[in-house]
Design a binder for this molecule. Structure first.
Ligand SMILES: N[C@@H](CCC[C@H](N)C(=O)O)C(=O)O
Length: 363
């Protein structure tokens, strides 16, 4: 396909044809959209549409359409999606509002998430019809194809995705059914998303963990042997399981940058004390309201951020007497504000969610 001549007129966010373009968003202040034109034959050969062979800025047609209007273009054998990220924790968002059946299988999701042979993402998220009186249902597959109950960064991206699909502006709030129950994200005026993440679950059997519980059935500041090394851990479920450690037994202040996460992470994730596997957070206390963490996620490995993980970390830090209920949690991808409220026992998470690009991939 010949590239359209670039002109310094006005630029459009329209899609000329389904499945032949994907766009990179300009900053929201810009009225223009950067359109990448794809050679269809080569695209099919290379297995994914996002192998761009020519790039041009398309001149404006008269009629303006929404950037997500291309999601309406249904060509069988292709998946239309929007890629989002929350602090570098990235997801392929799929408009699945017409069915309770995910448009793709866990195997297909794992292939799409591959960073070399696919789109590249930490997971695939489906926006589905609500149930039990909720506005929407959110389901997610991890990059290994497993299905977790919840995803904190993902639900912020989900809220922005819904606002875009429904063409909503400004302050918005939705009720979302998830595997962890009712979750309520609220898009704020500044574009950040504040999420009521519900109550943390501390009962060992419900996390679930087989580590010996304390008298109140929780696992807080407990010894945990991993390959001959004893770590001090607290276990928290935010709908999905988390094992939080502030260091090895007797260690004063864990330096998280010094950890070999790829070596130690899988040993926690697959430890027989966690029958549903676990996410693991390694935490350094910078002050009583400032924590720094690195995460090894169940089904996704080392990621740049984990929303449910940051919530679980603040709960664990409070239970261990290391921090206040309101903290900034520093993740490799940036900070999240977390508050575990005393009055309702709910955890609130506030952070960004951004569009990366609009795409279409063969299945
Ligand atoms: N990154 C997510 C958590 C995604 C699910 C997790 N890998 C699991 O299997 O529980 C977040 O931001 O919470």
């Amino acid at each position: 396909m010949a590239a359209a001549p670039a002109r310094s007129l006005s630029f459009s966010s329209s899609y000329r044809r389904c499945n032949t373009l994907f766009t990179l968003p300009f900053p929201s202040s810009s009225p223009r959209s950067n359109v990448v034109t794809l050679n269809r034959t080569l695209r099919q050969n290379l297995n994914l549409q996002i192998s761009a062979v020519s790039m041009s800025l398309q001149a404006s047609p008269e009629k303006k359409t929404s950037e997500t209007s291309f999601l309406d273009c249904k060509e069988s054998g292709f998946l239309q999606f929007v890629k989002y990220h929350g602090l570098g924790n990235d997801f392929i968002l799929v408009d699945n509002r017409e069915s309770m059946e995910p448009k793709i299988t866990p195997d297909q999701a794992a292939k799409l998430c591959d960073r070399n042979f696919g789109v590249g993402a930490d997971g695939v998220i489906f926006a589905m019809p609500g149930i039990n009186g909720t506005d929407y249902t959110m389901r997610i597959y991890n990059s290994d194809g497993s299905e977790p109950e919840m995803c904190g960064n993902g639900v912020r991206c989900f809220a922005r995705f819904i606002a875009e699909l429904e063409n909503l502006r400004g302050l918005q709030s939705f009720t979302v059914h998830t595997g962890a129950g009712l979750i309520v994200p609220e898009i704020q005026d500044n574009g950040k998303v504040k999420v009521n993440m519900g109550k943390p679950i501390l009962t060992a059997a419900e996390v679930p963990t087989m580590l010996s519980p304390n008298k109140d059935f929780s696992v807080v500041k407990s010894d945990f042997d991993v390959d001959g090394v004893t770590w001090t851990v607290t276990c928290v479920s935010m709908g999905n399981p988390h094992c939080i450690t502030f260091g090895r037994k007797g260690e004063q202040n864990l330096q998280v940058d010094e950890l070999n996460l790829a070596e130690i992470g899988p040993k926690f994730e697959h430890h027989h004390m966690f029958p549903a596997r676990t996410n693991t957070e390694f935490v350094q206390v910078l002050s009583r309201s400032h924590l720094k963490m690195r995460v090894w996620e169940r089904g996704a490995g080392a990621t740049l951020a984990c929303g449910t993980g940051a919530c679980a970390v603040v709960v664990a830090a409070v239970l261990e007497g290391r921090a206040e209920r309101s903290c900034t949690v520093e993740l490799p991808g940036g900070p999240l504000d977390i508050e575990w409220r005393e009055d309702d026992n709910h955890v609130y998470m506030t952070g960004p969610a951004e569009v990366v690009f609009y795409g279409s991939a063969p299945l």
